[in-house]
Design a protein around this ligand. Structure first.
Ligand code: NAD
Length: 252
């Protein structure tokens, strides 16, 4: 029997990268998964790629739009009635150094990574049952580091680490565990969109790789395994933590 047999999971940013790899692992372990993402075509592709035995539904929507979140949870309620696992994972990243930060850069990143994540969680709460559940938030190893050009993005991830502490206490009476996963550099489209050329990509990889004790970038499956641990009863006595999956980059 799978470790998530009979469980219902919602994953935002589930049509690519870490979210998609996690959806795949949750399904393999027996869960029914709703994946939410902005682009219908990417969602359709993801559903086709991971769907087996009608155990995945794609719901299009933007997490920073509260009406879209209402539609997402209305679909979950109508099809399954409740949620056991929420992986609030959707996020974006963009560079801007202090001195060159624009209002639109700030608003865009905070709106998706912080406001969107907060309402993704808050609006899910009525669907969790009395027996409890697991909420996992994607933060970042960068939230604990100082890296040039990342003031705003890393501040959003530090905010997420703070949410975990408060929500762990606020949701303890409902037996809902709340934890963060903090990936280090993981090879996904998030990294690809930061660079404009192959040369830049190589330079980024070389400069980043020198700082990682394990000497390489991670892959989305390695983060998905940590999400599976936090989603399942294997982590039944774990709440309030930040689980780093970072090749050691923020640990030394
Ligand atoms: P990704 O770009 O493949 O995945 C991000 C997903 O979020 C995409 O599917 C995207 O469509 C979705 N998304 C973005 N904005 C959205 C919105 N407004 N509404 C709904 N969906 C939205 O990259 P990834 O690396 O898999 O990123 C997943 C999470 O991991 C992000 O929160 C990111 O900040 C975090 N993270 C990634 C790395 C890394 O190195 N890749 C490191 C640390 C943290």
């Amino acid at each position: 029997m799978g470790r998530l047999e009979g469980k219902v999971a919602v994953i935002t940013g589930g049509s690519s990268g870490i979210g998609l790899a996690t959806a795949q692992q949750f399904i393999t372990e027996g869960a029914y998964v709703f994946i939410a993402g902005r682009r219908q075509s990417e969602l359709d592709k993801a559903v086709k790629q991971i769907g087996k035995n009608n155990n995945v539904t794609g719901v299009q929507g933007d997490v920073s739009n509260l009406a879209d979140l209402d539609r997402l949870y209305a679909a979950v309620k109508q099809q399954k009635g409740s949620i056991d696992i929420l992986f609030a994972n959707a996020g974006i990243d963009e560079f801007a150094s202090l001195g060159a930060i624009t209002e639109s850069h700030f608003d865009k990143i905070f709106s998706i990574n912080v406001k969107g994540l907060l309402f993704t969680v808050q609006k899910a709460l009525p669907l969790f049952q009395d027996g409890g559940g697991s909420i996992i938030l994607t933060a970042s190893a960068g939230g604990s580091k100082g890296i040039e050009g990342y003031s705003v993005y890393h501040a959003t991830k530090a905010a997420i680490r703070s949410f975990v502490r408060t929500w762990t206490v606020e949701l303890k009476h409902r037996k809902i565990r709340v934890n963060a996963i903090s990936p280090g550099p993981i090879h996904t489209s998030l990294i690809d969109t930061l660079v404009q050329s192959d040369e830049q990509a190589e330079r980024l990889k070389t400069s980043v790789m020198g700082t990682i004790p394990l000497g390489r970038m991670g892959n989305p499956d390695e983060v998905a395994k940590a999400a599976l641990f936090l989603a399942s009863d294997d982590s039944s006595y774990v709440t309030g933590i930040e689980l780093f999956v970072d090749g050691g980059v923020a640990q030394v």
